[in-house]
Design a protein around this ligand. Structure first.
Ligand SMILES: Nc1ncnc2c1ncn2[C@@H]1O[C@H](COP(=O)(O)OP(=O)(O)OP(=O)(O)O)[C@@H](O)[C@H]1O
Ligand SMILES: [Mg+2]
Length: 319
């Protein structure tokens, strides 16, 4: 696989040298062509700063980055020709209708009128905005605005799409819908560079996840590989009393934690049912049990020593 985005040793500080803390402190990453890379980190981790450098809006203090083989600092115009950027703030004109917003992007890109008309219709359908196409964008819901913003970035098909926190602030249903749309764009061959605070989002969309903390990538791999570094899934049991938990723990050969027990499992039906049968054999009452796979939350906590900041609970999305 060939790399379509690379960054090596990116550094960036803002403000006066003497006082400034580096926002990026040697950021390295690679996005392979046709894949999805999620830059995952809490508020202020430097995600937007990295995106601004990669999309030529900001010059790094040090380091090197390329997009589609072009150097972002030396060949910014070539880079801009092959990318689209959807930022944290929607770039939608409220006074224009959805269709007009898209048509304007086509005009700005100097596309032939007929081509714009066809592409606008195609995008309105793909993003489920046909019915609202004639309404002013100011009347759109948050989810509709995001979809329109995303569509605007796709009027000219980019080789690399940059999405800076595409679903922050959306309700779970709108987020799921947007994920579907994003998957469709990637299936059409566009490489995607995504930033997110949602561990669930990185898990669902990305081929690779780069965990950013303190301006560096502190862990990088497939969601599955990152989870594997944290450990396997576990059957978590809650018993009514501490003695009950002790009894079951002895039967299962694990250490109890108050009324709680955790039994590592490969998650197979055979293993889970064998464990549950052993529990049943002790005759004690089980208050609750659940099989829990490691989450990217666990990854963050283990690899950075602190929890990822998040404005809303990503678990709500999975429900
Ligand atoms: N132009 C600027 N001038 C001064 N400081 C800045 C500037 N841009 C960003 N910063 C600072 O750099 C740090 C990282 O900001 P950045 O926007 O890259 O974070 P982020 O990971 O995108 O966070 P969020 O998840 O909140 O969007 C923050 O402390 C921010 O205040
Ligand atoms: Mg940001």
């Amino acid at each position: 696989m060939s790399a379509i985005v690379t960054a090596e040793g990116l550094r960036k500080s803002f403000g006066r040298r003497a006082r400034s803390v580096p926002v990026l402190d040697g950021l390295d990453l690679t996005l392979d062509e046709g894949q999805v890379l999620a830059l995952l980190g809490p508020n202020g981790a430097g995600k937007t700063t990295a995106v601004r450098i990669l999309t030529t809006l900001l010059t790094p203090d040090a380091g090197r980055a390329t997009v589609a083989g072009f150097d972002v600092a030396r060949e910014p115009r070539r880079v801009r020709e092959v990318i689209s950027l959807t930022g944290q703030q929607a770039a939608v004109d409220d006074r224009l209708t959805g269709a007009e917003n898209l048509a304007m992007m086509g005009a700005l890109a100097h596309l032939p009128r007929r081509m714009v008309r066809a592409r606008v219709a195609e995008l309105l359908t793909a993003f489920e905005l046909e019915e609202a196409a004639g309404r002013q964008a100011g009347t759109y819901s948050g989810g509709m605005r995001r979809r329109l913003d995303l569509a605007a970035g796709l009027l000219v098909r980019p080789r690399v799409m940059f999405l800076d926190e595409p679903t922050t602030g959306l309700d779970p249903r709108s987020r799921l819908a947007l994920w579907e749309v994003i998957r469709g764009v990637v299936a059409d061959g566009t490489s995607l560079f995504l930033t997110t605070q949602y561990l669930e989002e990185a898990d669902r969309l990305a081929d690779r996840v780069a965990l950013v903390d303190g301006g560096r990538v502190v862990a990088d791999g497939t969601p599955a590989a990152l989870k594997a570094r944290i450990g396997e899934a576990g059957i978590e049991l809650t018993l009514a009393t501490v003695p009950d938990a002790g009894l079951v723990a002895t039967a299962l050969g694990v250490a109890p934690d108050g009324t709680h027990l955790r039994v590592p499992t490969d998650g197979s039906v055979a293993h889970v049912s064998a464990v549950l049968r052993a529990v049943e054999g002790t005759g004690v009452t089980v208050e609750s049990w659940v099989v829990r796979a490691p989450t990217l939350d666990d990854v963050f906590l283990t690899l950075t020593g602190h929890a990822a900041a998040r404005p809303t609970r990503p678990e709500e999305v999975a429900a």
